[in-house]
Every structure is written in structure tokens, then in C-alpha cells.
Design a binder for this molecule. Structure first.
Ligand code: DQA
Length: 144
């Protein structure tokens, strides 16, 4: 199984970014956790982070025929982007939406997720564990 993990804007600043919400661990630590979990599950993983919506759309399009599943934390684009869910729907690759925090418990403008409609599940508020939970969910789904 080949898995693509996509991370949106400002997630590269984990560790220094609002630690009271996102914790003190760095983006490098998140990538390390994802890679270790993928190795333990026998999954091939590629991780990509961008602060640009179009770059994320490009990676989703390029994933067509290459990757079996996507884990995506679109960050702020969750609440604004139509292009990202459109791309996910176009390539028809099963995707899970992940958020470190629980946007439903934060400001009102975070309660809308346009990406959710293009995903098989959403995992929010579990910190870094949300990524490994999403990977497990997709592995189970693709094996059955
Ligand atoms: C986030 C939640 C979003 O509302 C926010 O804009 C982010 C991170 C999360 O992982 O909790 O950048 O996606």
C-alpha cells in the first residue's frame, strides 16, 4: 500500500505555533512518527507540506494511479477551499481528514469543513495520534 500524507499551511511551524493548542512537538517529530508507523505497518509513505492551496491540489492530482490512500490535514484550507475537495473527488482516492485540534470546539469560522465531504472519515482533536489512527483506518479499509 502506498500512502500520501498531505499537510497544509503553517503545520511546518509546529512546535513554535500556538503550543497551547498544537503542542510543543515539531513538524519533524510528526513526520518521524508517521514514518515509524508506516514502517511498522508495512506501508510506503510520502509526506508533503505546503503553504499553498494550488500545490496541495497538484499533489492530489499527481497521486492518481500512484497512491492508494491519502491522509490530509488541510489546516486553514479546511474552512475555505473548494479546490481541495474537488481534487480529492476527482482522483477518487480514499482520504481521511485529520486535525490536531478539534475545530468544532474552537472559533465559529472553524466549524465548516469543505474537505469533509470528500473524505471517508474525519479524526480531530487527537494530536499526532490522529495521523496514525487515520493510517490504521485506511489500512483496514483497503484490506477488507
Ligand atoms: C488544524 C485546524 C485548523 O482550523 C487550523 O487552521 C490549522 C490546523 C488542526 O490540525 O487542528 O491550521 O487543521
Amino acid at each position: 500500500m502506498k500512502l500520501l500524507v498531505l499537510n497544509g499551511p503553517n503545520l511546518n511551524l509546529l512546535g513554535m505555533r500556538e503550543p497551547e493548542i498544537y503542542g510543543h512537538e515539531t513538524y519533524a517529530a510528526l513526520c518521524e512518527k508517521i514514518r515509524a508507523h508506516a514502517a511498522a505497518c508495512g506501508v510506503e509513505v510520502e509526506i508533503f507540506q505546503s503553504n499553498h492551496e494550488g500545490a496541495l491540489v497538484d499533489r492530489i492530482q499527481e497521486a492518481c494511479g500512484v497512491f492508494d490512500a491519502i491522509v490530509i490535514n488541510p489546516a486553514a484550507y479546511t474552512h475555505t477551499s473548494i479546490a481541495i475537495p474537488d481534487a480529492l473527488k476527482a482522483v477518487r482516492i480514499p482520504a481521511v481528514e485529520v486535525h490536531l485540534s478539534d475545530p468544532a470546539r474552537r472559533e465559529a469560522f472553524r466549524r465548516v469543513s469543505y474537505v469533509r465531504s470528500a473524505c471517508v472519515a474525519t479524526i480531530a482533536g487527537h494530536g499526532f495520534d490522529g495521523y496514525t489512527e487515520a493510517m490504521d483506518l485506511l489500512c483496514r479499509m483497503l484490506k477488507s
